[in-house]
Design a protein around this ligand. Structure first.
Ligand code: DGJ
Length: 755
């Protein structure tokens, strides 16, 4: 599905309407993992003026009604081709208080003509007019993409609605491009990508992710009642308070593997908003895009503004199925090298071992020890540059500290490479400490309102990346860094959110463009760096998981979900993370015990098994390890390499969730070819002689045979060494897990039966 990744595809406006068009898309025949690709169909029926999108298990239908509005008609389970929809007719209003524009579900609606539900678009014009009424003009079907042009009833404001559907998952990507063809500038005060309308009803439940530093990705749920729920970030970047993801199902469905789920995620790393409302006629609408708080994008004549992408899908396979579709979509279409993103190497990171106290000899010593246990990438974290001895100074001065590295980084990098590992380096390019050469030279480069305080967090200020000169400086500085030394990987950090988001160098009416231009420049830098240094990989980090979203994932190979590396806490954080994001990008380090987070003591084996559920890393101080620790680590890293592809690319089933006070949790990963299955099981605490719950596996072939081995821990004595998929799914497996903070891992290799 190439066009879903192609930003510039189908960007033209004023496209003549097709009289009758049916596009049948056959995506490339061979799938990345050898699975045959599915097809997607986009059709327009000129008699009824209805658009129909079909792919995988999903059908989405909307039509042009008598007011030339694009009216949503259906989004849900795949319908037979033989089912026909009648032409769209707007719904009647309710008395004199709720006009049809409110009671008619629309794909994209501007604020005008008495709209009381959440608008997708709101504009203030120079003459004071704020009324905007969009009507259908034309459309074009292009492979698996559809674009619909709308225009205001009198003003030359054009909006192109973009749709692209993924044949494999049925996930639809939507965005809108707003174009100013009037003779003067206007201010866009709200710009969403799309509205998704669910089948009308009042029995929906919302799942969403909340968090904060060191406690990201907690799964929350609540009924969708009449009124509005807003998920958002007003922080300038994605933030951890909410993550831009949602899933909605029928309230009361507790089955994680069955039942309708509508889910979606925004691809935007700036201030974002997803509004879910149940309106006056029990219509549930989900709309989202740029956060409308403090928004005000000045659009000059001839210019256009494109909203973020809003991705959404449907499954009847419950919340588990929704996660698996998203994981697959991310691997096959979002990540930089999709559909063949490289498996994550086992990484070592120095941060928890050395803090800012890095130097050539110390890092070389750690590198030797890391290599001895099978680590594949060595990353030097914060502290290597400028006067960076604490977090009070140095950010912005991206030159090697001569006291710590008198010979530059070259000797360390050569050493790391000679040990057979790639080399990674920490940077935080959008930030500056006031105590730095950069700030002394360019105090005007930070976000600020003149004459007002410049609030520091972690002793740092945010560079205004929206400024062309700041953008150019960040790009050339990083380009230079990557050109000077053989760096294979950047950990790109971002350790505070915005305050005083002023941009005094532009006219006042244009200042708020910072919310968009900053993030576009951030993406632009990532894109250009990747193009210039195609072998360099990048991790997105924001003091943990503060910048994880489908926007940044298009430019980065992995993400850091949380600074909380306590292996027990991580079970919860990782569980929430995988609701929206693939374990293939979820970095998870094994760190020291007792942990700095909770002073909790956990065995090395437990810590490894917790981290092996994602992309494994080690962040412990290896100088403190015993020979037994090294032996355990070496064995477990070797084991991880034998299951890595299954964990990072496979199908995830949550057998027992670490939620609602559960004393246990268990996850299962089935490789895409179905040949390997891996099970991880954790016990928080045994009570009153109760045995560990029996694990009933999922996603196996009932008639195939699977050979079981215990990677770590023990199964009960009467467990067969080999049995059918039906046996493992219906009879289940008993584990001998007893005590506090115990863990086990099993593998099943399929010995017979083809998928
Ligand atoms: C926050 C990150 O999340 C940590 O892993 C570490 O890189 C520190 N910043 C360094 O300052």
């Amino acid at each position: 599905m190439s066009s879903i990744r192609n930003d510039s595809a189908a960007r033209c406006l004023r496209i003549p309407a097709f009289v009758f068009a049916i596009a049948i898309l056959c995506a490339p025949a061979a799938h990345a993992q050898g699975v045959q690709r599915s097809t997607a169909h986009i059709a327009y029926d000129s008699t009824t003026r209805i658009f129909r999108l079909d792919a995988a298990d999903t059908t989405c239908v909307f039509g042009i009604n008598e007011h030339q509005e694009i009216q949503s008609l259906y989004w849900g389970a795949r319908l037979p081709d033989s089912d026909r929809f009648a032409a769209a007719h707007s719904r009647p209003g309710l008395a004199s208080f709720d006009p049809p524009v409110d009671t008619t579900p629309q794909e994209y609606v501007a604020w005008g003509g008495g709209l009381y539900v959440e608008p997708d678009l709101k504009i203030t014009f120079p003459d004071g007019n704020r009324d905007l009424v969009l009507q259908y003009v034309s459309h074009r079907i292009n492979g698996n993409g559809l674009s619909i042009v709308m225009k205001d009833i009198s003003l030359d404001v054009y909006v192109e609605l973009q749709y692209a559907i993924d044949p494999e998952t049925g996930i639809i990507r939507r965005s809108a491009q707003i174009e100013n063809r009037t003779s003067g500038p206007f201010t866009i005060e709200q710009a969403f990508a799309a509205t998704w309308n669910l089948p009308r009803g009042n029995d929906y439940r919302l799942r969403y992710l909340t968090g904060r530093w060191a406690a990201e990705d907690t799964v929350q749920q609540q009924r969708i009642e009449p009124g509005k729920i807003v998920l958002e970030s007003r922080r300038g970047t994605t933030g951890a308070q909410n993550n831009p993801w949602f899933a909605v199902d029928r309230d009361g469905n507790s089955d994680p593997e069955h039942g309708s789920v509508w889910f979606g995620a925004l691809g935007w790393s700036g201030s974002w908003e997803i509004a879910l409302e149940q309106n006056q006629v029990q219509q549930v609408r989900i709309s989202g895009g740029f956060n409308s708080f403090d928004f005000g994008y000045l659009l000059a004549p001839g210019q256009s503004l494109e909203t973020p992408y809003f991705y959404a899908g449907y499954t009847d396979q419950g919340i588990g199925g929704a996660s698996r579709l998203l994981h697959r979509f991310e691997i096959d279409f979002i990540l930089p090298h999709a559909p063949h993103p490289a498996l994550r190497p086992v990484l070592y990171n120095s941060w928890e071992a050395t803090g800012f106290d890095v130097n050539e000899a110390g890092q070389m010593q750690l590198a030797e020890k890391a290599a001895s246990i099978g680590v594949e990438r060595f990353v030097m974290d914060d502290g290597w540059f400028g006067e960076r001895n604490t977090d009070h100074a140095g950010l912005g001065d991206w030159f090697v500290n001569p006291q710590k590295f008198p010979r530059g980084l070259g000797p360390l990098i050569d050493k790391v490479h000679s040990l057979g590992m790639s080399f990674g380096l920490w940077v935080e390019p959008e930030m500056v400490n006031p105590d730095s050469e950069l700030y002394r030279k360019h105090p005007d480069w930070v976000l600020n309102f003149p004459g007002r305080p410049r609030s520091e967090e972690r002793n740092q200020l945010v560079l205004n990346l929206a400024r062309p000169d700041v953008r150019a400086w960040v790009l050339s500085t990083l380009d230079q860094l990557l050109s000077d030394d053989k760096i294979d990987f950047l950990k790109w950090d971002y350790n505070r959110n915005w305050s005083e988001p002023g941009w005094p160098q532009v006219p006042p009416g244009q200042e708020k463009n910072v919310y968009v231009d900053f993030i576009r420049n951030y993406y632009g830098i990532l894109q250009e760096l990747r193009a210039k240094h195609p072998n360099v990989e990048i991790e997105s980090c924001s003091g943990g998981g503060g910048r994880v979203d489908l926007g940044v994932m298009r430019y980065t190979d992995e993400v850091w979900p949380s600074d909380n590396t306590d292996a027990y806490d991580r079970l919860h954080i990782q569980n929430g993370f995988t609701y929206a994001y693939t374990p293939g990008v979820m970095m998870a380090w094994v760190t020291d015990s007792p942990t700095w987070v909770n002073n909790r003591t956990l065995s090395l084996q437990y810590r490894f098994l917790s981290s092996m559920q994602g992309s494994l890393g080690v962040g412990a101080n290896l100088n403190k390890w015993t020979p037994e620790d090294f032996a355990t680590a070496k064995r477990m890293i070797e084991q991880y390499k034998s299951i890595r592809e299954t964990v990072q690319r496979g199908l995830l089933y949550r057998l027992i969730e670490p939620a609602n006070g559960s004393e246990q949790s268990a996850t299962e990963y089935v490789s895409r070819d179905g040949k390997q299955t891996v099970v991880f099981a954790f016990l928080h605490s045994s009570t009153e002689l109760y045995p560990y719950p029996r694990l009933f596996l999922r996603g196996l072939e009932p008639n195939a045979q699977y050979r079981l081995s215990a990677m770590d821990g023990k199964v009960s004595g009467d467990t067969p060494a080999e049995a059918s998929g039906a046996w493992w799914m219906h009879h289940g497996i008993d584990l001998d897990l007893i005590g506090d903070f115990q863990a086990a891992a099993l593998t099943l290799e399929r010995s017979t039966g083809d998928r």
